[in-house]
Design a protein around this ligand. Structure first.
Ligand code: NI
Length: 273
């Protein structure tokens, strides 16, 4: 039993066969998928909620990705706060900083990130963090604006330094690893994963991106999260089943804590068929 903690199921790449993709995930033992709601930015911020309303076994997030920070208007923050109250919403993200692509000016990324950290803290929702070539700035923003560290969050699709991972762990975050763990050249990612305690790990696909070996180069989908579990099992010298069970448990623990509206949600209904 596995949980994919991060998939962009709203992507147009899934428009032709979304129901089949979700069916295949279930068949592969993926009991739950967190549908990320960043969409294509403002105008699509309810995209994951719509999917969670339609398909069983999906949770939803909301949030503005750093790429689209420059498109954000004041009205969007009000809308996000409203959407945060929807029962399918378990997290705020993905939010953060991306100084690799710089699709939005850095000062705007910082401002939109800070605003969302504060709003998520107000709503008591865990945050899902995207950070690329901006480790120091991300850490500083978290220290300054994430006022509810006991709620926790996720450093997603982790490929950063051991230092950032350790700082994240100290701040109560879980570290989520993607199919990158299976890439031959990603030894540094495996090195960090090896150092993160099992009870602080999550697995994700980041579908439709970053398909793991042996699907590399194809469209990624939640069923493939088992390949990441397999890679992690090798690293930790344990079984895929243990990895699946423990990461699912970590997921529930995180969202039970943050999810104040219905704290029993995940313990009551761990596997939705
Ligand atoms: Ni993502």
């Amino acid at each position: 039993m596995f949980i994919d903690s991060h998939a962009h199921l709203d992507s147009v790449d899934f428009d032709s066969d979304r129901a089949l993709v979700i069916e295949r995930a279930r068949a592969a033992g993926v009991a739950r998928v967190l549908a990320i709601g960043s969409g294509t930015g403002p105008g699509t911020l309810d995209c994951a909620i719509k999917l969670a309303e339609r398909f069983e076994g999906l949770d939803a997030s909301i949030g503005i990705h750093p790429h689209e920070a420059r498109l954000t208007a004041e009205e969007d923050f009000r809308l996000l706060t409203e959407l945060a109250g929807h029962p399918a919403v378990v997290a705020w993200g993905e939010i953060g900083l991306d100084f690799h692509y710089d699709h939005s000016p850095r000062d705007v990324q910082l401002e939109v990130f800070a605003r969302q950290l504060k709003l998520a803290a107000d709503r008591r929702l865990p945050v899902i963090i995207h950070t690329r070539e901006a480790e120091r700035e991300t850490l500083r923003a978290l220290q300054e604006h994430w006022t509810q560290p006991h709620i926790g969050g996720i450093l997603h699709c982790y490929s950063g330094s051991l230092e950032l991972a350790e700082s994240g762990l100290a701040m109560g975050f879980l570290i989520s690893f993607s199919g990158m763990l299976t890439f031959p050249k990603a030894q540094s990612v495996r090195d960090v994963a090896q150092r993160v305690p099992l009870e602080r790990l999550l697995i994700e696909t980041d579908a439709p991106y970053l398909a793991p070996v042996p699907h590399r180069g194809k469209r990624n989908e939640p069923a493939f999260v088992v390949e990441t579990a397999k890679a992690l099992a090798q690293l930790k010298e344990t079984s895929m089943e243990v990895i699946g069970r423990q990461t699912a448990e970590n997921y529930r623990r995180l969202f039970d804590r943050g999810y104040s509206r219905d704290p029993g949600r995940f313990t009551r209904d761990p596997v939705v068929q």
